[in-house]
Design a binder for this molecule. Structure first.
Ligand code: FES
Ligand SMILES: [Fe+2]
Length: 440
């Protein structure tokens, strides 16, 4: 295990050795130290509403099945047979009574226990130990319908892991009826390191006006003002104890113009106009402002999201130089169906497989990854010093903030959380070190 990170990440997070984006040993360490111990997004409760409903996904590179049992409880367990290792369930989603392995027909229940073994009596001398041979379970917890899994029994609860982020999430998840995701997710592969994608959403508002200049010209709307770097967008960047963060821009009391087009733009603005007073009453002025803002954000380690364009993404690592990006659409449950469909189309046009913005970002992320391993190039550190030393606290917010929204405070915070997890022996150490760091 690599323990000396002084060479890899400056203490304040302001520079990085490029190796952290391509080194195979560091990647293997990430899977063990970060992915096997963090809360990872699995699905939304509304996507598996009935007993027997399931989806298959990944936790790091471990395949998992997430299913709702006959008792209504959502569980997650490894999707690899305990006989000879075959994938137990190859479908992306569906409704079943049990999961049967393709190879020799072992059957697992909706709770992952081994339920049946073909010819068991005739072939095995003793009955098999069904518990021991069941599929290994992850811990599963939900926050406002968003379901996460964790393989580490020592990890804090999901709520503690979210920390200050729960307060911010509530500004769009604790609205009447709550928020939900429209699936199934769109899946696209890029030849890039997963961290570049997470950083790009967690706080990189800086790139939007330039990288997406052409796309914004077409899309217009709220982002028009930053097109081609004509102006710095007002707004604030937020960074939380366990590495989650986001930008919110502009967060004013006036209705923020939507990025949608035509009839959907009108419907969206009508919706926001009717909801804003309700959110203000329920959650107060600050969170009503956040509700009324465009966000780009991330939850450590590999979830990204936007408010306003309403995309929700997981960056599934596939080796240090490859990532599979899964994209759902984020909507409010009580929105009219036509508006939900319209938002989904907007999301597909911008962040779907052939989305205008997804393609722009992907090209950059692949460039970052593949230009960084030359023998001489790798000697040049990467830079995230924007806003360094200007991080601060303000009474109305529970976490560190930084202004303007064009900032790299959330990158630095994400990478310091990453370093802590990469080197800490257990969650006690992670919590102690992160609490010290959050006071910096
Ligand atoms: S590998 Fe699954 S039943 Fe044999
Ligand atoms: Fe982008």
């Amino acid at each position: 295990m690599i323990t000396d990170f002084r060479r890899l990440l400056r203490a304040d997070g302001g520079t990085q050795n490029r190796e952290i984006y391509w080194n195979e040993d560091l990647y293997a360490q990430e899977l063990e130290q970060v992915f096997a111990r963090s809360w990872l997004f699995l699905t939304h409760e509304s996507l598996i509403p009935n007993p027997g409903d399931f989806i298959t996904t990944f936790m790091g590179e471990d395949r998992v099945i997430v299913s709702r049992g006959g008792d209504g409880v959502i569980r997650a367990f490894l999707n690899s047979c305990n006989h000879r290792g075959n994938i137990v369930c190859r479908a992306d989603s569906g409704n079943v009574r049990s999961f049967t392995c393709n190879y020799h027909g072992w059957v697992y229940g909706l709770n992952g226990d081994l339920a049946d073994v073909p010819l068991e009596k005739e072939i095995y001398t003793e009955p098999l130990d069904r518990k021991r041979l069941g599929l290994r379970q992850a811990r599963v917890e939900s926050y406002r319908g968003f379901v996460y899994g964790n393989f580490d029994p020592e990890a804090p609860s999901l709520l503690d892991y979210l920390g200050e982020m729960a307060w911010y999430f509530d500004s769009f998840m604790d609205v009447p009826g709550g928020a939900e995701l429209l699936g199934p997710p769109i899946k696209v592969r890029f030849k890039a390191n997963w961290k570049f994608f997470v950083e790009n959403f967690i706080g990189d508002f800086y790139h939007a006006g330039w990288t997406h200049a052409a796309a914004i010209k077409v899309i217009g709307g709220a982002l028009g003002m930053i097109q081609g770097n004509q102006a710095v967008a007002p707004g604030t960047q937020f960074a939380t104890t366990f590495g989650h963060g986001f930008n919110a821009s502009p967060g004013t009391d006036d209705l923020f113009p939507s990025i949608h087009q035509g009839r959907i733009a009108t419907m969206f603005e009508d919706w926001m106009r009717s909801r804003l007073p309700v959110v203000r009453d329920k959650l107060g002025t600050e969170r009503a402002r956040l509700y009324n803002a465009i966000w780009d954000g991330g939850m450590f380690p590999n979830t990204s999201f936007l408010r306003g364009i309403d995309t929700w993404k997981v960056r599934q690592p596939r080796g240090p130089r490859e990532v599979e990006v899964w994209t759902w659409t984020l909507v409010e449950s009580e929105m009219p169906e036509e508006l939900k469909r319209g938002i989904r189309h907007s999301n597909e046009k911008t962040f779907g497989a052939a989305g205008l913005l997804e393609g722009d970002d992907g090209e950059n992320m692949e460039g970052n990854t593949h230009s960084s391993d030359g023998v001489i190039t790798r000697q040049q550190p990467l830079n995230t010093e924007m806003g360094l030393g200007r991080e601060t606290f303000r009474d109305e917010y529970p976490s560190m903030i930084s202004e303007p929204a064009d900032n790299e405070a959330a990158h630095r915070n994400f990478l310091r959380m990453w370093k802590t997890m990469m080197t800490a022996k257990d969650w006690d150490e992670i919590i102690t070190r992160r609490r010290q760091d959050a006071r910096r």
